[in-house]
Design a protein around this ligand. Sequence first.
Ligand code: UD1
Ligand code: CA
Length: 452
Amino acid sequence: MARTCLTIILAAGEGTRMRSAIPKVLHEVAGLSLLGHVMRAAGAAGGNAQAVVVGREAERVDAEARRHAASVVIAEQKERLGTGHAVLAARAAIAEGYDDVLVLFGDTPLITAQSLQPLRAALAEGAAVAVMGFRTDAPDGYGRLIEEDGQLVAIREHKDASEAEREITFCNGGIMGLSGKEALDLLDAIGNDNAKGEYYLTDCVAIARERGFKVVATEADEEELIGINDRRELARVEALWQARKRLEMMAAGVSLQAPESVHFCFDTVIGADSRIEPDVWFGPGVSIGEHVHIRAFSHIEGAEIGDHAVIGPFARLRPGTRMAEKAKVGNFCEIKNASVEEGAKINHLSYIGDARVGAGANIGAGTITCNYDGLNKHFTDIGANAFIGTDSALVAPVTIGDGAYIASGSVITEDVPADAMAVARGRQVNKEGHARTIRTRNEQFKQNRRKG
Ligand code: UD1
Ligand code: CA
């Protein structure tokens, strides 16, 4: 049977250096809160129960945590007395009895499920404590992993470390696994007799060793353990996250012509053989099929795009856009909450909102669906193979039948039956010679002004 696992995420920090009205763990990387990243990684590593330890603005963190796991336990740490004390805020959850307890930090969003697995494996093999270590050239500030005969015996916080211990470059990443059976006993034994006067979670290591338990150090990439304290670090982590995602995309068969200029969201999905030109931005909720061509400077969010579709350059796809196979949206078009069916084309300078564009329909340059009356949004239904002439305004609610033809420059306010042709504009009048009359009159006017 799979081992049960409780993940405790510490997020009670003040986050002062963010200089923000928003709690630190609610800041976003790739469109997802730091907390969301950590919760997803924990979930993917089999953390089937989660607890989040919060301090200030508990309600806001609570709401975000619940979006990711409805059954999450929110534990409040009223006083910030250290990481060991923080974990104990989730005492009730730990007491429910899990095989594994993982402790993560809410401000370390690059952690992956892959790196959490070795901690769980160590617990499964009988360790009471498993620590995620990393090697670094700049160990200042980190807790050092103290080993004897290749065995982890203690973690010494930087402030408490001797000169010799400060030479150690194997550091504590902060993430820890505890055997559920021993967790409360170990945590309750932690004291605060140290340089900071805090209850250090890291003291679990020495306590477990003294009691004869097995303690293990695993090793992860330093990058995964970067914690965010200020906006600079937030931007750095965003860049690292993007770099990672680009490599994943390319490994999965997506072509990126200028990878560093493409910005993905945490949930962007793109099928193999799709090509992304430079300077493309993806917001949340984008799912793209295979052999899709996304041309330069497109801005895409909340859109589902079928195989062989062509988007852009300079296209803006907003939430609720569904592009079927082989559909096309060209330059300076905006699509919102609209379904563009197979092979339909919206090639230039159009706004299509709250609409269906039937298969094979052609939307001429400058077509606008007038979907908003100032209070309500209305629907425009365009049938299959309809032809909408350039510069037409379709005033919703309105239905254009299959195969209908709209003359250029029309303002369509009434439904158009299938295969009908609609013209809704002033009839053209040519006045012979009248242009010359106007010119002469204007010249006369100019001369009179000069004289007078
Ligand atoms: C901690 C580790 C250190 C490790 C480092 C890695 C301890 C004692 N030290 O140190 O060994 O190298 O992380 O980054 O664990 N928090 C609370 N409540 C508290 C205190 C902290 O929720 O009372 C949360 C913070 O919001 C933060 C995390 O715990 O997310 C870590 O706390 P922090 O004070 O940054 O620990 P470090 O001193 O960096
Ligand atoms: Ca820290």
